[in-house]
Design a protein around this ligand. Structure first.
Ligand code: SF4
Length: 71
C-alpha cells in the first residue's frame, strides 16, 4: 500500500486505486485514447478510436468513451 499525503481533509478514508500498466509516453503517445495503456477501464474501443472532447456540463470536459453524460 503506497503512502500518500492527504491533500484535503475530505479525502481522509477515501479508497485510492493504484494504476497498473505503463504510463503513456509524452514523447511518443499511444494512438487512440492516449491513456489506454494505463487506464483500468480500457476496452477495445479505447485502443481503436480517439475519444472526442465533450462538455457534458458547464465547466466540465471529458475525452473518454465512457464518460457519463452528466458529470
Ligand atoms: S477512453 Fe476512457 S475508458 Fe477508454 S482508455 Fe481512455 S480514459 Fe480509459
Amino acid at each position: 500500500m503506497p503512502v500518500v499525503p492527504v491533500r484535503h481533509p475530505r479525502d481522509r478514508g477515501r479508497d485510492w486505486i493504484v494504476l497498473a500498466g505503463d504510463p503513456p509516453s509524452p514523447v511518443d503517445p499511444p494512438a487512440s485514447c492516449r491513456f489506454h495503456t494505463h487506464c483500468p477501464l480500457a476496452a477495445d474501443v479505447c485502443r481503436e478510436r480517439t475519444p472526442t472532447l465533450d462538455t457534458p456540463a458547464e465547466g466540465h470536459a471529458a475525452a473518454c468513451h465512457f464518460a457519463p453524460a452528466n458529470i
